[in-house]
Design a protein around this ligand. Structure first.
Ligand code: ARG
Ligand code: ZN
Length: 868
C-alpha cells in the first residue's frame, strides 16, 4: 500500500509571487564538510501580496542556523524539511524589509549534483531548476528576479580560484590562509541562474570587440592538464557571439563571459549568467582524443548556452511549465547556427537531416508513450523529468514553424518585438507567440495547439490526377492519437512545404497551411502525373501517411531537389523493405550505387543516405514489436547493401582519405564519415577479409575519429582483432576520462554477435571494472544507458535478463542521483508496444522497481506513468 500519493504541480495553478526580492547579498564560506551560507535579502511585496501574508521560503537538505529581520533576531518562524515560513513581518510586510539567514550545507556529501557539490576536489553549483534551495532558503522560482552580490571565501591553497556571476569587484587576503572574492552581477536574475565555482582551475582567455565596439573578456576554465583541449570551445564561443550579432542583432551584455568545465554533471551544460558551467564532454577536444561528432557537439552546446544569455536570461520563464520558451527557442537558434557553420547549402541540409533523425528516433517515441506531454506541459511531479526531447527538440521544431510561416524576416521582426516588450521579464510561451503574431499581423490563434497538445500529428496524403483536365488534386487529412489526459485533439496549424516534381520541371515550391481536419488543393495546368514532394525540409514535425509506389520513391530518391526529401525517400524505401522482411532489390541497390558514385553529392549526405533507419524509429511503425526480428531484418538488409556494393565501398574508402592536418570542419568530417561507413560496410560484407585493414587504420590513425571508427568496426562485427585493440585503446588513454567513456560505451553498445558472449555479460563485467563509478554520470551513461537505451537488440532478450539488469541499475542509482536514475528509468517507456514475451517481462521489471518504498519523486513519476 502506498503511504502518500505523489505530489503534482499544475500549470493553471500558477500564482504570482506574494513577495519579491530586490538586492541579494550572499557570503559563502566554502568547506566541503560544512559550508556556511549567509544571505541578506531585501524583500518587497509581490504581485499577489496581501498585508500580513507570511514569507514562505523554500530550502532543502539545509541546516538552519539563524534568522534576523531588519537587523533583529526573529523568532516567529516555522521550519519544515522543505520550507521556512516567516510570520509577524514588520508593518505586515508592506514596506521593504531585510531578511538575514545563516544556514549550512555539506557539498562533499551531495551526490545529486544539484545545488553546491564537490567534483575532483573543486566546488561547483547546478541550480536549474530547483537547486538553489539546496544552498540557502529562498524564493526559488524563476519569476523572482534579484540583483546578486556574492562574496566567496575559501582556503587559498585549496581554492585559489573563486568565481561567480557578473563582474569581480573585490579580492582580499584573510587570516589563517583564507581569501575572498566578491562578484556583482548587474543584471537581475532568478536564482536558477546563480553559479559559483571554486578550486584549482586554470583558464585560457581572449579579448574580443563586439558590434558596439565594447571589449569583452572571454575565459574557459578547466583543470590545468586540460588547458590544451580548450581551443575549439573558445573558437566556438567567438563564432557564436558574432553569429548572434549578425543574425539577431543581439550583443554580449557583460564585460566578462566565463565557461567552466566539470567532469561530474547531470546534463550537457548550464547557462548561468556570465558563468556557464559545462560537462567536460562539451568543452574538451583535440584531434587525438575527440571525434568529429564531439567537435560538432561542443560547437552546438557552447552556442546553445551562449544564446541563452538572451533567450533564457535577459528574457526568462515565468514558471517551469514555460521551459520550452527558452529551450525550444535556444535549440532552434543553435541548430541554425550550426547549419550556418557548415558553410554550404548541402551542409545545411546535412545538419537538418541529422536533427530530424534525432527527433524521430527519440522524440517521436516519447510523444507516443506514457510520458508524452505538450511542449508546454500542464502537469509534472518532478520538473527535472521535463528536460525532455519534447520540450527541447520538438520545441525547436515549433519555433522553426514560425519561421516557415512568417519567413526569415518576419521571424526576425517577431524576435525584435519579443525583446522590445519583454527584456528583463519572466514571461510565458503565449507572450512569445503574441510577439510573433503582432509583429507580422498574423493570426496565430490556432498555432497555440502546438503548445497545448501532445502527440505527433499524422497527415494522410491522398492524390488524384486527372489527365484529361491536366489537373492535380491533393487532399490532406490530419489526426493525432490520444495521449495521457488528452483523448481528443483539435486540428493543428501545419505548414507543409511542397512541390510537384514533373519531367518538365515547371512547378514551384509552395507552402500549404493545413488548418482544418481535412483540406483539398487543386493544381491546374499540370501536364503529366507529377510525383509529390511534401513536407520538404521537414517543415512540420508530423508523420506522413502517404502510400507511394516504389517507382515514385525511386524517382524522389534519385532526383528530388529537396535534399531532405531525397534522403527521406531512401529511408522510406529501406524502411518498407525491412519491415516486410525483404532484402534490397536490384533497383534500390542501383539507386544506392548511383548515390555513392555521384561526384556532385556531399560525402556527408551520402553517409546519411546509406545509414539505415534506427531500430527505435522502426519500432514506432509497428503495432507489436518483435525486437529480435527487426534487428535481424535490418541487419540482413545492411549486409546485402554491404555485399552488393563491396567494390564501391572499397573505392570510396580510398577516395575519402583526408590528407594534411586534421580539420574538424564540415567538409573533412563528411569525408571521414563516409570513409568510416565504407570501412564498416566492408567488415559487414566480409569481416575476415577486411578486418586487417580496420586494425591497420586503428594503429596508424592520427585522430580519434578514425581510430575510434576502426575500433568500432572491429567490435561491432566481432572481428578477432577487436580484443587486442580494445586493450591497446584502454592503455593508451587510461588517464583521459572522456576517452575511457568511449571505451566503455563502445563495448556496451555492441549488438549481438554469433560466437561471442552476450553484451549483457560484458556489461556486467564492465560494471565491476575498477574505472567504473556509479556516481559519475558520464561513466554511468557510457555503460548502463548505452546498453539499456541505445542497444536494443542486446537489451531486449526474451528471457528478460536485460530488464532485470535495468531494474537493478535503476534501484542502485536512485539513492545516489535521482536525475540520472530517472533518465535510465525511461528506457522501458514503450513496453506496451512490444510483443510477448518481452512485454510481460518489461512489466514485471517495472513492477519490481515500483515496489521499492523509497523511490525518489523523479523515478516514482517515470515508473508510475509507465505503469499507469
Ligand atoms: N538549461 C540547461 C540547458 O539548456 C539545462 C539544465 C538542466 N538541468 C537540470 N538539472 N534539469 O542546457
Ligand atoms: Zn538550454
Amino acid at each position: 500500500m502506498k503511504t502518500d500519493l505523489p505530489q503534482s504541480f499544475r500549470r493553471l495553478e500558477y500564482r504570482p509571487p506574494v513577495y519579491t526580492f530586490d538586492q541579494v547579498e550572499l557570503d559563502i564560506a566554502l568547506d566541503p564538510a560544512r559550508t556556511i551560507v549567509k544571505s541578506r535579502i531585501e524583500v518587497l511585496p509581490g504581485k499577489s501580496f496581501e498585508p500580513g501574508a507570511p514569507l514562505v521560503l523554500v530550502g532543502h537538505d539545509l541546516e538552519f542556523v539563524s534568522l534576523r529581520i531588519n537587523g533583529e533576531a526573529h523568532r516567529h518562524f516555522e521550519l519544515t524539511p522543505e520550507t521556512l515560513t516567516i510570520h509577524s513581518l514588520p508593518n505586515e510586510g508592506k514596506d521593504k524589509f531585510i531578511v538575514e539567514i545563516i544556514c549550512v550545507c555539506v557539498p562533499e556529501k551531495n551526490t545529486t549534483l544539484m545545488g553546491l557539490y564537490v567534483s575532483n576536489g573543486n566546488f561547483f553549483t547546478q541550480c536549474e531548476a530547483e537547486g538553489f534551495r539546496k544552498i540557502t532558503y529562498f524564493l526559488d522560482r524563476p519569476d523572482v528576479m534579484a540583483r546578486f552580490k556574492v562574496t566567496l571565501r575559501a582556503r587559498e591553497a585549496e581554492c585559489p580560484v573563486l568565481l561567480s556571476n557578473g563582474n569581480l569587484i573585490n579580492t582580499e587576503k584573510l587570516p589563517n590562509g583564507w581569501h575572498s572574492a566578491t562578484w556583482e552581477d548587474p543584471f537581475p536574475k532568478p536564482s536558477y541562474l546563480f553559479a559559483l565555482v571554486a578550486g584549482k582551475l586554470e583558464c585560457i582567455e581572449e579579448t574580443i570587440t563586439t558590434s558596439s565596439g565594447a571589449k569583452k573578456l572571454l575565459q574557459i576554465w578547466v583543470e590545468p592538464h586540460d588547458l590544451k583541449k580548450t581551443r575549439h570551445a573558445m573558437d566556438s564561443l567567438i563564432a557564436s557571439i558574432h553569429w548572434d550579432e549578425k543574425r539577431f542583432g543581439l550583443e554580449l551584455d557583460l564585460e566578462r563571459f566565463m565557461i567552466v568545465a566539470v567532469s561530474d554533471f547531470n546534463m550537457g551544460a548550464m547557462e548561468n549568467k556570465g558563468l556557464n558551467i559545462f560537462n567536460t564532454k562539451f568543452v574538451l577536444a583535440q584531434p587525438e582524443t575527440a571525434t568529429d561528432a564531439d567537435f560538432a557537439n561542443i560547437e552546438s552546446v557552447v552556442a546553445h548556452e551562449y544564446f541563452h544569455n538572451w533567450t533564457g536570461n535577459r528574457v526568462t520563464c515565468q514558471d517551469w511549465f514555460q521551459l520550452s520558451l527558452k529551450e525550444g527557442l535556444t535549440v532552434f537558434r543553435d541548430q541554425e547556427f550550426s547549419a550556418d557553420q557548415m558553410g554550404s547549402e548541402s551542409g545545411r541540409a546535412v545538419k537538418r537531416i541529422e536533427d530530424v533523425r534525432l527527433l524521430r528516433q527519440l522524440q517521436f517515441p516519447e510523444d507516443a508513450g506514457p510520458m508524452a506531454h505538450p511542449i508546454r506541459p500542464d502537469e509534472y511531479q518532478e520538473i527535472n523529468n521535463f528536460y525532455t526531447v519534447t520540450v527541447y527538440e520538438k520545441g525547436s521544431e515549433v519555433v522553426r514553424m514560425y519561421q516557415t510561416l512568417l519567413g526569415r524576416d518576419g521571424f526576425r521582426k517577431g524576435m525584435d518585438l519579443y525583446f522590445k516588450r519583454h527584456d528583463g521579464q519572466a514571461v510565458t510561451c503565449d507572450d512569445f507567440l503574441m510577439a510573433m503574431a503582432d509583429a507580422n499581423g498574423k493570426d496565430l490563434t490556432q498555432f497555440k495547439n502546438w503548445y497545448s497538445q501532445a502527440g505527433t500529428p499524422r497527415v494522410k496524403v491522398q492524390e488524384h490526377y486527372d489527365a484529361a483536365k491536366k489537373q492535380y488534386q491533393l487532399t490532406l487529412t490530419q489526426s493525432c492519437a490520444p495521449s495521457p489526459g488528452q483523448p481528443e485533439k483539435k486540428p493543428f496549424h501545419i505548414p507543409l512545404k511542397m512541390r510537384l516534381i514533373t519531367k518538365a520541371n515547371d512547378q514551384k515550391e509552395q507552402l500549404l497551411e493545413l488548418t482544418q481536419a481535412s483540406q483539398t488543393w487543386t493544381f491546374d495546368n499540370v501536364e503529366e502525373r507529377p510525383v509529390l514532394s511534401i513536407n520538404r525540409n521537414f517543415s512540420a514535425p508530423v508523420n506522413l501517411d502517404f502510400e507511394q509506389s516504389e517507382a515514385d520513391l525511386l524517382t524522389q530518391f534519385s532526383s528530388d531537389d529537396d535534399a531532405f526529401n531525397r534522403w527521406e525517400a531512401g529511408q522510406k524505401l529501406a524502411m518498407q523493405m525491412i519491415l516486410n522482411n525483404r532484402l534490397p532489390d536490384a533497383q534500390i541497390i542501383e539507386a544506392y550505387r548511383n548515390i555513392l558514385l555521384d561526384p556532385n553529392l556531399d560525402p556527408a549526405f551520402k553517409d546519411l543516405t546509406l545509414t539505415l533507419p534506427a531500430e527505435s524509429y522502426l519500432y514506432e511503425q509497428c503495432t507489436s514489436v518483435d525486437p529480435q526480428k527487426i534487428f535481424t531484418a535490418r541487419r540482413a538488409f545492411r549486409r546485402e547493401i554491404a555485399k552488393q556494393l563491396q567494390l564501391e565501398w572499397a573505392a570510396l574508402y580510398q577516395q575519402m582519405q583526408t590528407p594534411g592536418p586534421f580539420k574538424s570542419d564540415g567538409v573533412d568530417s563528411g569525408k571521414r564519415a563516409l570513409k568510416n561507413l565504407s570501412l564498416s560496410m566492408l567488415l559487414e560484407a566480409a569481416p575476415g577479409v577486411w578486418a586487417p585493414m580496420a586494425a591497420n587504420q586503428y594503429q596508424i590513425a592520427d585522430n580519434m575519429t578514425d581510430r575510434y571508427a576502426a575500433l568500432a568496426a572491429l567490435v561491432m562485427h566481432g572481428a578477432k582483432q577487436a580484443k587486442e585493440c580494445l586493450i591497446d585503446f584502454y592503455n593508451r588513454f587510461a588517464s583521459d576520462a572522456l576517452v575511457i567513456d568511449k571505451w566503455f560505451g563502445l563495448q556496451s553498445s555492441r549488438p549481438p554477435v554469433d560466437g561471442l558472449d552476450s553484451t549483457l555479460e560484458e556489461v556486467k563485467k564492465l560494471r565491476e571494472h575498477p574505472a567504473f563509478k556509479l556516481n559519475n554520470p558520464n561513466r554511468v551513461r557510457s555503460v548502463i544507458h548505452a546498453f539499456c537505451a541505445n542497444n536494443p537488440a542486446s537489451f531486449h532478450q526474451a528471457d528478460g535478463s536485460g530488464y532485470e539488469f535495468w531494474a537493478d541499475s535503476v534501484l542502485a542509482l536512485d539513492p545516489i542521483n535521482p536525475q540520472v536514475a530517472a533518465r535510465l528509468a525511461r528506457a522501458l517507456d514503450r513496453w506496451r508496444l512490444f510483443a510477448q514475451p518481452y512485454q510481460d517481462r518489461m512489466k514485471a521489471a517495472l513492477e519490481r522497481v515500483s515496489a521499492c518504498q523509497t523511490l525518489s519523486p523523479d523515478v516514482r513519476e517515470v515508473i508510475g506513468k509507465a505503469l499507469g
